[in-house]
Design a protein around this ligand. Structure first.
Ligand code: B12
Ligand code: SF4
Length: 439
């Protein structure tokens, strides 16, 4: 069967195609199916999207969704189904944590919950053989019962490498993930929720072997595509023995510059030096708030501001650029605490940073808290999820408070950009990634 993955863009400048589709596409091809990508760019009208899909001749349309993509995806799928008689399956974080809402929307036939490589193959096989799709683990059929989950794929090396042609990466820059899952309990994080989803079913946190990662990199090098690696793992530096061995072998065999994400609690000075020697050029740290109280009580991140100061200093000393991410407008946050966040951002003086107005992603602890406390509007699923406007009615903060600090951040970033312009330019994809990630 020919499965067409529809990528629903919500940004024009930095949007990237979904990794989920690239993983599913690789597994589908291994089972003899075809997988192609159709990208609904912002410039395309509804009619353009329908026409592109018609030409791609799908037997099944797959839509990978984060909450951010949900509203446009919902609209497009509704329109598509008025013109094309092709079943639609949704997957990804939004479908996993809001499956009822997805299946209630016109045009969606199935919602894939959690890790779906094997489930997609089973669904396609059932559709091809005109068998009932009911009873396939991880696949919720419209009108049916919530499915059971199969165990996460183990060992994870069993999965094929992501289908690069479904990612539309700029030549030379590759996005690689070496692990799935994150062991930390951050209350705002959508990524973390996969670990909780699988509690009682199996361990979601798994890491690929070095050899498996290097085999993928070798293939990319042979194809002439390896000049910069973006490691997408939520926290690359979790397991020190793995990271040490990685650095030793990567330096010897590849020595291609790379960037990664880390938590300040998971690095130390020797590790940063080792990463720098292996080719690490940039680390993105989630700082999130400048208030230790907000981090400890609201986010479950009991780390001190001093730790951030130290780690940013060590990172710079090792010759690695620091990138920070901040969030504004958390439940329970006060205006004074927002000011603390801005003050810490100024003090840390990272090479670049992202700043996002907090959005409560379905499935997260803060989503539940916001709903229970009445901060979340009833019609939240019909409102755009963006990183500029708060969706919440917060007791201690107004949108004007958030706007003021957001504008300060905008200005700080512009000042920093002006200061460094002319002597360094961040590669486009990497820059997009910095701006985009809210992890
Ligand atoms: C890489 C990444 C990006 C990349 C690429 C994202 C992409 N399109 O895949 C970029 C930089 C573009 C990006 C942008 C953003 N991101 Co981002 N990103 C990630 C990150 C770090 C890794 C994703 C990854 O590697 N996935 C690996 C694959 C294997 O996992 P997967 O995507 O879940 O796919 C599996 C299943 O979900 C399922 N599946 C996936 N697709 C489909 C489709 C079908 C049909 C089926 C059946 C199943 C299925 O099967 C897959 C294989 O097992 C995640 C964190 C995380 N760990 O998920 C955050 C994350 C997905 N991003 C997040 C956010 C908030 C954003 C931004 C809104 C940031 C911002 N403030 O602007 C934007 C929004 C982008 C958009 N268009 O909506 C949140 C999403 C929360 C939510 N519930 O929506 C996450 C979880 C981070 C977090 N800490 O909360 N992001
Ligand atoms: S925010 Fe980062 S460290 Fe925290 S749970 Fe999510 S991925 Fe893990």
């Amino acid at each position: 069967m020919r499965v067409v993955f529809l990528e629903v863009d919500t940004e024009s400048q930095w949007a990237m195609a979904s990794l989920g589709a690239a993983f599913l596409g690789a597994e589908l091809r291994r089972h003899g199916h075809e997988a192609v990508l159709v990208r609904a760019t912002l410039k395309m009208s509804d009619a353009d999207v329908v026409e592109a899909l018609r030409q791609a001749q799908p037997g099944l349309i797959g839509v990978s969704m984060t909450t951010r993509q949900w509203l446009r995806a919902r609209h497009l799928v509704g329109v598509i189904r008025q013109h094309l008689d092709v079943p639609v399956v949704a997957g990804g974080l939004h479908a996993t944590f809001s499956p009822e809402a997805v299946l209630a929307a016109p045009g969606f036939d199935f919602a894939g919950l959690g890790e779906c490589e094997e489930a997609m193959v089973d669904l396609v096989a059932a559709l091809e053989a005109s068998r009932s799709p009911h009873g396939i683990a991880n696949i919720w059929v419209k009108g049916g019962f919530r499915p059971v989950l199969r165990k996460p794929v183990e060992p994870i090396d069993r999965l094929p490498f992501a289908a690069r042609d479904l990612l539309e990466e700029p030549i030379g820059t590759v996005q690689v993930s070496t692990q799935r899952g994150c062991p930390f309990p951050c209350t705002y994080c959508g990524a973390r929720m996969f670990n909780e989803l699988y509690e009682g079913t199996g361990e979601y946190g798994r890491r690929r072997s070095h050899e498996n990662v290097f085999e993928e990199l070798r293939g990319l090098r042979e194809a002439g595509r390896l000049s910069y690696v973006i490691f997408l793992d939520d926290t690359f530096t979790i397991h020190h023995p793995w990271v040490k061995e990685f650095c030793r072998r990567y330096k010897e065999e590849f020595a291609v510059p790379f960037c990664l994400h880390a938590r300040v609690e998971t690095v130390n000075q020797p590790m940063l030096e080792m990463l720098a020697e292996a080719g690490c050029k940039q680390i993105t740290y989630g700082v999130e708030s400048g208030s230790e109280r907000v981090r400890r009580e609201v986010m479950k991140r009991p780390v001190t501001n001093q730790r951030f100061r130290d780690v940013f200093q060590w990172t710079r000393q090792a010759g690695i650029f620091t990138i920070a991410n901040y969030m504004l407008g958390l439940p329970g946050e006060t205006r004074a605490e927002l000011d603390e966040t801005y003050a810490l951002a100024e003090e840390l003086d990272s090479f670049d940073f992202g700043f996002f107005v907090f959005y409560p992603y379905p499935g997260t602890h803060l989503f539940t808290l916001c709903r229970e406390k009445g901060y979340l509007p009833e019609d939240y699923l019909m409102r755009p999820a963006n990183h500029r406007q708060s969706i919440l009615q917060l007791p201690d903060l107004t949108q004007a408070d958030i706007d003021t600090v957001y504008d300060q951040f905008t200005e700080l970033r512009a000042r920093q950009e002006r200061a460094r312009s002319g002597w360094y330019s961040v590669p486009a994809v990497e820059h997009a990634y910095v701006v985009a990630r809210n992890g």
